[in-house]
Ligand binder design. Structure first.
Ligand code: T5A
Length: 211
């Protein structure tokens, strides 16, 4: 793959969307060819699956069905959008990727981690981010921000204990994959977080260009 693949992760309301847009603007200004996308979503089929998954009316979705729907959306996204963009040399910025399944369905829903790892490999065909920015803050602070935006989606409405397990899962991932996952304080102000991420991404892109 010629391009560079960067994902953003974190609990609800951690500020991913704010930061991914900042990084996109900074990279575009420097002349990079950037694709900004998200999971679940990014293609018409995956966006239709997203609507199903996040609709608070769909209370009957079982944990296993939820896992498979996220994987199906990802498989479509990888095939239709991510692999072609990376093959064309783009910098791909993705709002959530397989780490979300590892922690939301694995830690949050407490589904079998080995099964999830297998399913992630099937859905991604082995595609992994070159760098992942994990914005960390307390679950209460994140949900407070999400609440401030109005209607809560199906996942945001899950019990507090679910979100606490998700946060703990993310922190475990950051510790076990420190080469890929950069842990950033999500409570810092927007500009400081953007500066940390831009500095790191600039270095990463320089390294890849000279490799
Ligand atoms: N999911 C997803 C799974 O369960 N499994 C999976 O495999 C995948 C891919 C997706 C949902 O699906 C789940 C996880 C999610 O529950 P999503 O759109 O990613 O949905 O949902 P959210 O995580 O809720 O994303 P949001 O866009 O809603 O929130 P963000 O991106 O974290 O936060 P953002 O940037 O929109 O900011 C929220 C608010 O906080 C302010 C912003 O202005 C905004 O008002 N803010 C700050 N305020 C103060 N200081 C800062 N540093 C701030 N940064 C942002």
């Amino acid at each position: 793959m010629k391009g560079c693949f960067i994902s953003f992760e974190g609990v609800e309301g951690c500020g991913k969307t704010t930061q991914i847009e900042r990084l996109q603007s900074a990279l575009l200004e420097r002349g990079h060819d950037v694709l900004l996308t998200r999971e679940p979503g990014g293609t018409p089929v995956a966006e239709a699956i997203r609507a199903l998954l996040l609709d608070p009316e769909n209370k009957a979705i079982s944990n296993t069905a939820e896992l498979l729907l996220y994987a199906a959306a990802r498989a479509q996204h990888v095939d239709e959008l991510l692999r072609p963009a990376l093959a064309a040399g783009k910098v791909v910025l993705c709002d959530r990727f397989f780490d979300s399944t590892t922690v939301y369905q694995g830690d949050g829903r407490e589904l079998n981690p080995a099964l999830i790892a297998q399913l992630n490999t099937i859905a991604t065909q082995g595609l992994r981010p070159d760098r992942t920015y994990l914005l960390d803050l307390s679950v209460e602070a994140g949900l407070e921000r999400a609440r401030g935006r109005g209607r809560m989606d199906r996942l945001e409405q899950a019990p507090l204990a679910f979100h606490e397990r998700v946060r703990a899962g993310y922190l475990r991932l950051a510790a076990s994959e420190a080469d890929r996952v950069l842990l950033v304080d999500g409570l810092a102000d927007i500009e400081s977080i953007a500066a940390i991420i831009q500095r790191d991404a600039t270095q990463l892109l320089q390294e890849r260009m000279t490799a």
